[in-house]
Design a binder for this molecule. Structure first.
Ligand code: FAD
Ligand code: NAP
Length: 543
């Protein structure tokens, strides 16, 4: 338990209904929606402004991999008609300016306290209220807490000996400076070749005198196929938004994509190749969903993998480098597929080299560079594209204390236990947006945030109109849900990769497939049915 805290109720209202933590896509919409329902809402955000992911991840090349037209709020038609995306996949600055526009447009900033990190959230069983304490020791209480802390917001800083002794600047992709970083004439090292590294590396390569890419695991990446959006396309998007959103809400991943209707193994070689080629030319992550059985059987997956390999070998000049860039240890799509702009071609440049850490691991870093087992790389700057303690990392960092003094970290010691991803037994009136137990990172997360927030808003309204004060996931419902999530993942190839979906990138993290893989539309129907059945699986707490 934390020490008694001073109150900040002079600067934020007392008698709060809801505290929301985080001012990214999820937290901003939560504030707007819940405030619109007449609730007194306060948001705490550790960053200096709105944006979440798009506030923090300012590395060169950062952009979304879901089309901008889909990766944007749907809740307000005037907003989606007024806002015009300039590129198929928006850059980080454009998404950030969109979220700033949303904050202005809906007057959100007045209820957000920036530069304020929440440290403790403690439930008081006598009042059925949560006490929320910040890093400065200030505290407020609220009936409900909504965690909008993000599934990809807790940076993974690798435990490499000597990292702190490096004399030059060290940048983690998710803690990128606000000022422009200029790598001109520098010797730069990038550690990490996931989505962030794969976006950043081609940009850094264009500036740096020498770029050393330190690769532990190669990754599958598909050309993003980004293009500027012309007026005709924008007009079409705007005219068809309603249908686009409807299809997205019913879809597997939250965008209006329909996979090929047949199995990859049923069609002829020509038809299969044509389907892959079509998706390849369109660009983007949906290549991994060309046929729906790609994620289910190794045989179907192999057809996509082989097609992909041919494409990569065709653009990398040195066959040995190409070989190193091709994953051998997992089916395509079982780690988050990356998208790129000439990533593989970057290794044809004379100023770029690939260091294979599987053969020659990093032993230590000193003031001047990186020692691997067989070489020393002198560096002026170091980029860590080493990812996140995903899905649970930012929740785990909070000291959340529920009924009977139980901490959430203790309850989740063997892996996250949730009912529908939204509630946790023993932690009433605490809602988690887009975390473990929901489709989360497997879906378009903007629509996902809206789905969750709308459900939470309706649940609170239900409590308030029925004279009840609390909602708490039942232990047996949560156990069944955890099993269902696990069973659904077992029915796919997803367990065959050491992915961050499974926590495999964080030493000691329980190996549990954390998202719900049954599809965004299916999930939406499940949580709607639960609500319609009077919040089946939840206990509603009487006053
Ligand atoms: P976030 O945007 O992560 O916001 C959480 C906020 O909570 C942060 O601002 C953080 O500072 C704050 N916070 C956390 N803990 C505390 C605390 N204790 N106290 C106070 N504040 C706290 N998803 C897609 O669907 N499509 C994409 O194309 C896509 N691209 C991505 C690109 C990158 C580089 C990354 C890292 C992620 C991407 N994602 C993408 C996932 C992305 O995280 C989500 O789409 C979405 O932005 C998440 O929004 P959020 O509000 O849930 O969380
Ligand atoms: P990531 O996918 O987890 O990649 C991290 C990389 O760092 C991996 O290559 C990993 O190697 C490497 N690494 C970690 N620790 C290391 C160590 N000690 N030594 C050497 N290498 C190490 O992280 P990310 O690239 O930041 O992406 C995370 C997720 O964010 C994505 O999957 C995606 O969901 C989202 N994202 C999306 C976009 C987009 O295109 N819109 C862009 C960026 C991020 P191993 O694989 O061997 O562990």
């Amino acid at each position: 338990m934390n020490a008694p805290a001073s109150s900040i109720e002079t600067t934020v209202p007392s008698n709060l209904d809801v505290v929301v933590i985080g001012a990214g896509f999820a937290g901003l919409y939560a504030l707007h929606r819940l405030r619109g329902n007449g609730l007194r809402v306060q948001v705490f955000e550790s960053a200096g402004d709105v944006g979440g992911t798009w506030y923090w991840n300012r590395y060169p090349g950062a952009r979304c991999d879901v089309e901008s037209v889909d990766y944007s709020y749907s809740f307000d038609d005037e907003l989606q008609q007024d806002w015009t995306w300039t590129e198929k996949y928006a850059t980080q600055p454009e998404i950030l300016s969109y979220l700033r526009h949303v904050a202005e447009r809906f007057d959100l900033r007045r209820d957000i306290k920036f530069n304020t990190r929440v440290t403790d959230i403690v439930f008081d069983e006598t009042t059925t209220r949560w006490q929320v304490t910040t890093a400065s020791g200030d505290a407020v209480t609220a009936r409900f807490v909504v965690l909008g802390v993000g599934p990809l917001s807790n940076a993974n800083i690798p435990a490499i000996e000597g990292l702190a002794s490096f004399a030059g600047p060290v940048y983690h992709t998710s803690k990128w400076p606000h000022e422009v970083v200029d790598f001109t004439e520098q010797r730069v090292g990038v550690i990490g070749t996931g989505s962030s590294g794969i976006q950043a590396i081609p940009c850094i390569a264009q500036q740096a005198a020498q770029l050393h890419v330190f690769q532990r695991s190669p990754n599958y990446s598909v050309p993003a196929g980004n293009v500027p959006l012309d007026d005709k396309t924008v007009r079409e998007h705007k005219a068809t938004y309603a249908e686009r959103r409807r299809l997205s809400m019913l879809s597997g991943g939250g965008s209006p994509h329909r996979p090929h209707p047949k199995s990859a193994l049923e069609v002829s070689d020509e038809e299969r190749r044509a389907a892959y080629e079509k998706r390849w030319q369109l660009g983007g992550v949906l290549f991994a969903k060309t046929f729906s059985d790609q994620s289910v059987t190794v045989e179907a997956n192999n057809t996509a993998r082989e097609f992909w390999e041919d494409k990569i070998r065709a653009v990398v000049d040195d066959p040995d480098i190409a070989d190193l860039l091709i994953p051998k240890d997992h089916p395509i799509g079982t780690k988050r597929i990356c998208t790129d702009d000439h990533y593989f071609q970057t290794f044809n440049r004379p100023n770029v080299d690939l260091v294979n850490l599987r053969a020659t691991p990093i032993e230590r870093i000193d003031a001047g560079g990186i020692h691997t087992s067989d070489d020393y790389y002198e560096l002026d700057a170091l980029v860590l594209a080493t990812g996140f303690d995903a899905m649970t990392g930012s929740v785990d960092k909070l000291n959340i204390v529920g009924r009977g003094g139980q901490t959430l970290n203790a309850a989740w010691a063997e892996g996250p236990v949730t009912y529908l991803g939204l509630g946790v037994p023993g932690f009433p009136n605490l809602f988690n947006i887009a975390g473990a137990g929901s489709p989360s990172v497997l879906a378009n997360m903007v629509l996902h945030a809206e789905l969750h927030v709308d459900w939470i808003a309706a649940a609170i309204a239900h409590l308030d109109t029925h004279g009840t004060v609390g909602i708490e996931a039942c232990a047996d419902a949560a156990a069944d849900w955890v099993k269902e999530c696990s069973d659904r993942a077992t029915g796919t190839l997803m367990l065959q990769a050491n992915s961050w979906y499974l926590g495999a990138n964080i030493p000691g993290k329980p190996r549990v497939f954390m998202p719900f893989i049954g599809g965004f539309g299916v999930y939406g129907q499940i949580i709607a049915d639960v609500a319609a059945a009077g919040y089946k699986g939840f206990d509603l707490i009487e006053a």
